[in-house]
Design a protein around this ligand. Structure first.
Ligand code: UDX
Length: 444
């Protein structure tokens, strides 16, 4: 099949490359000449394991090309996939201007029957608007479909090639057949729905996952008060197949390009229909507060932070990505600076992206984990990179000025800490805290 993919962000680039890997002829389009030049020169603008190898192979096989010429790309393809950004506006609503622009340009370009697929996460009803914009500019027949993307950053290639399910939202049997053929090599879990349900599935899925995270984070906060261990609680809960064990890792809250944006957008979508989505609002509030537990624990250990040096390990919103969008590290570091301390920060790959958004003379960006911990009054772990997990605690102890460790991702285990001098705070595991005494639960 011949496909064009409009937008070479995470979703567009990875989807385009994976469709080429399946044997389709794919043209990836972006308005950024710089991005397209990089991709044509074999440089991948995002960090994503396995992506470069697939790009190189499929370029060589002439199944994958990159261009800024949307018009030509659309003309030569049967399926056009829209994967442009839908960033949040200040009120949380999704900004659809890129989608609308793409729809207009597609309308101007089409020269015969096409299936127009939206992969970007868009509010319910957007695909229909895309359809009406295209028909304003074109007299050729086309069908629209919503095929939401569920890939995770850091495992985007694996996720795209091994999806749990494919949702095809379309009212057209012809489009459904084309898209079934396109996706059937990936999975037999394909569901055809109406367009609006498909658009909703994406928001509902992300909102539910975000809810699981905020739920377990609140359970962790309660565990700290009653002397229970959230990891054991999550293990016990997750064994119930109705609950499932995924997304029950307590920490400093979710970040990234999807959950914060999509939860806000769904609250807005509901609000516009006069529905107050109270549960999701609380999920967002809990998430926004969870990161400040790191600050509360720092204060508990150090008292006044004025003049202290705090080491930070991890700036990306999660491991295996250089993406810092909505990373909890921003607010944590800003709060530390506001309290008068200096920061020494390290991330294996996300430091440059982070510095581009938060450049402050009081933050020293370090080139190794050792440098960031060196002579610090406390070390905070904000991303669970493997590199940090495999660092021996005695090494950290020798680097730090005082052995104060706030593990925001629970990367260390009890056995490793036993007998060490660390003042150690993690999330929802008070028995491991060597700084405070866990309160005993009241037994009647
Ligand atoms: C997410 C969805 O998983 C994906 O389906 C969707 O298409 C885009 O949004 P992504 O943002 O790449 O993907 O990351 P994910 O691995 O889902 O993690 C999101 C955030 O939740 C991270 O900040 C992570 O640290 C946090 N998280 C995740 C937890 O705090 N606990 C968990 O148990 C799982």
């Amino acid at each position: 099949m011949k496909l064009s993919v409009i937008g070479t962000g995470y979703v567009g680039l990875v989807s385009g490359v994976c469709f080429a890997e399946l044997g389709n002829e794919v043209t990836c389009v972006d308005i950024s000449r710089e991005k397209i030049n990089l991709l044509n020169d074999g440089i991948v603008p995002i960090y994503e394991p396995g992506l470069k190898e697939l790009i190189d192979r499929n370029k060589e096989l002439n199944r994958l090309t990159f261009t800024t010429d949307l018009n030509e790309a659309v003309k030569q393809t049967d399926v056009v996939i829209i994967a442009v950004g839908t960033p949040s506006m200040p009120n949380g609503e999704a900004n659809l201007s890129y989608i609308q622009k793409a729809a207009r340009q597609i309308g101007e370009a089409i020269n015969g029957y096409k299936v127009i697929v939206t992969k970007s996460t868009v509010p319910v009803g957007t695909n229909e608007k895309v359809g009406s914009i295209i028909s304003q500019y074109s007299t050729y027949s086309f069908d629209i479909a919503s095929v939401p993307e569920f890939l995770r950053e850091g495992s985007a290639v694996i996720d795209t090639l091994n999806p749990d399910r494919i949702i095809i939202g379309t009212e057209s049997e012809r489009a459904a057949a084309v898209l079934w053929d396109l996706h059937s090599p990936l999975t037999d879990q394909i569901i055809i729905t109406d367009i609006r349900s498909s658009e909703m599935i994406k928001y509902a899925s992300n909102a539910f996952l975000a809810t699981k995270i905020s739920f377990i984070n609140e359970i962790a906060n309660i565990c700290e008060k009653v002397g229970a261990n959230v990891e054991k609680v999550a293990l016990g809960m997750g064994m119930d197949h109705r609950i499932g064990s995924a997304f029950l890792k307590a920490g400093i809250g979710y970040g990234g390009s999807c959950f914060p944006k999509d939860t806000q957008a769904l609250i807005q979508i509901a609000g516009q229909m006069d529905y107050d989505f109270k549960l999701l609002k609380s999920v967002v509030d809990v998430n926004n507060d969870q990161r400040f537990n790191v600050i509360r624990k720092l204060k508990e250990i150090l008292g006044d932070l004025e003049g202290c040096t705090i080491g930070i390990w991890g700036l990306a919103f999660k491991p295996e990505t250089d993406d810092v969008r909505d990373a909890p590290a921003f607010e944590i570091i800003s709060a530390i600076l506001e309290l008068g301390a200096n920061v020494k920060a390290y991330d294996p790959i996300a430091a440059d992206n982070f510095r581009n958004r938060l450049d402050d003379p009081r933050i020293q960006y370090c080139s190794s984990s050792m440098e960031a911990a060196h002579d610090a009054d406390a070390l905070c772990i904000l991303t669970e990179w493997e590199e940090f997990k495999s660092t021996p605690l005695p090494d950290i102890q020798t680097w730090l000025k005082s052995p104060n460790l706030i593990d925001g991702r629970n990367i260390f285990q009890e056995e490793e800490l036993n007998g060490t001098p660390f003042v150690y705070y993690s999330v929802g595991r008070p028995s491991m805290s060597q700084g405070t005494k866990a309160q005993s639960p009241i037994i009647a």
